[in-house]
Design a protein around this ligand. Structure first.
Ligand code: SAH
Length: 401
């Protein structure tokens, strides 16, 4: 076994069980290792710290599998981690057929994402370590009851940093259909696992779609009419369909992608939603919000779920301005007593900063607003407490007057 020796002092984060070793922390490699090999990470004075997957071309030089010296990292260990991850998600399948069954670091399988859509599993191998166990992982996934095939969507940018080629192909079993239909909390969605964002669907927003559906239902009970809502950055209509099936009278959904909107319209059809209730608008949200304001539009609920504005810490400041802009203009469109659901999936922007930015938008909007809930990803995206970087999706529910 090859030892990866860290510089003096660089053992600290590993002693706190943070699972990443950066290139700058490495003193030397005692022996030989190629990308994907498991190495023994040691402190400068030779103390065992972790078993980790080595990646020679990445600034993330090693990702830890385990901090337990007595564990042997091999195919059986990988299979056991997959079983544990699947077991932990089992309870979700009574509500939905779209579940993230493996979430990288949180499941001790750093860089591996596996999403289940109906009878298909979609994989993303984003690091050399899990890539080395690709066949073991694929074979184990094929054993999951009812699974017809495993499709690999390993086209994430992180692959390049790991020196891995892009791969979009059937890994095991049958070719998935062009659109896999999933049912989540009674709502039907089509998922394009070949070209859709991430592995095809924003599984992480499940609980927040459920909240939107509940808000639409409660609004109708309270007021006797269906709400009028605006869903910005709607993609394939996740929040829109949740609202419409919850009883919203009209939902205007905005996205810049014609393809996403076409899928969204098909999703409305799947759920038997009358065309008059769902408007799909292809536009830039920044401009749309301004125009809606000028036109005097008012909505009972506004949802803002933009793409990642900050790709790294260097871009946080610029991203903060963009978040503030849409939130300021979004707040102005909320009817008195209405709600704003606002999100950020930028890992580089933490919860505190996001909340500050939204508070700034509230001040400038001259509206009064109360936070009634903090929002985040569902239980299939657990946060490993020793790896705060795993917390990327955050949101706030505000009531506005
Ligand atoms: N809310 C969605 C996910 C949003 S993903 C869901 O729950 O499924 C972000 C979306 O924003 C993408 O569909 C992308 O096409 C769109 N987008 C990115 N920049 C945009 C802009 N400036 N104006 C409108 N849409 C934009």
């Amino acid at each position: 076994m090859t030892d990866l020796i860290l510089k003096k002092g660089k053992e600290r984060s590993l002693l706190r069980r943070h699972p990443w070793v950066y290139d700058t922390a490495v003193q030397k490699l005692n022996g030989k290792a190629v990308s994907g090999d498991t190495v023994r990470v040691c402190s400068y004075d030779g103390r065992f710290l972790a078993w980790a997957a080595y990646s020679k071309d990445s600034t993330l030089r090693a990702r830890c599998w385990s901090f337990n010296e007595t564990e042997a990292i091999n195919a059986d260990w990988i299979r056991e981690k997959i079983k544990q991850a699947l077991q932990a998600r089992q309870f979700l399948f009574s509500r939905t057929s779209a579940v993230r069954v493996i979430f990288g670091e949180a499941d001790q399988l750093p860089g591996l994402v596996v999403d289940r859509y109906g009878d298909w599993l979609v994989t993303q191998f984003q690091a050399a370590g899990v890539e080395a166990y690709r066949d073991v992982i694929a074979d184990e996934l094929m054993k999951v009851p009812e699974i017809k095939g495993v499709f690999d969507r390993s086209d994430a940018a992180t692959r390049h940093r790991e020196g891995l080629p892009e791969r979009v192909e059937v890994l095991r079993g049958a070719e998935p259909p062009l659109e896999i239909e999933v049912v989540e909390d009674g709502v039907r969605y089509g998922v394009d696992v070949r070209k859709g964002h991430k592995t095809g669907f924003y599984i992480d927003q499940r609980e927040n779609r459920f909240l939107a559906q509940r808000l639409a239902r409660e609004f109708k009970l309270r007021t006797g009419r269906g709400m009028r809502a605006l869903n910005c950055f709607c993609y394939t209509g996740g929040f829109s369909l949740a609202l419409l099936t919850g009883g919203a009278e009209e939902v205007i959904s905005v996205d810049s992608s014609a393809e996403a909107l076409a899928m969204a319209a098909r999703n409305a059809e799947r759920n038997g939603i009358d065309e008059s209730r769902a408007k799909w608008v292809q536009a830039d949200v920044f401009e749309y919000l301004r125009q809606a304001r000028e036109a005097g539009e008012v909505f009972d609920l506004v949802i803002l779920d933009p793409p990642k504005f900050a790709s790294s810490h260097r871009h946080v400041e610029r991203a903060a301005r963009a978040y503030k802009d849409i939130n300021l203009n979004g707040l102005r469109l909320v009817a008195s007593g209405g709600d704003l659901l606002t999100f950020s999936c930028s890992g580089a922007m933490d919860v505190d900063l996001f909340q500050k930015v939204i508070a700034g938008a509230v001040i400038d909007s001259k509206r009064d607003a109360w936070m009634v809930a903090r929002l985040g990803a569902g239980a299939d995206h657990p946060l490993m407490m020793t790896c705060p970087e795993g917390e990327y999706l955050k949101g706030l529910q505000l009531t506005v007057r």
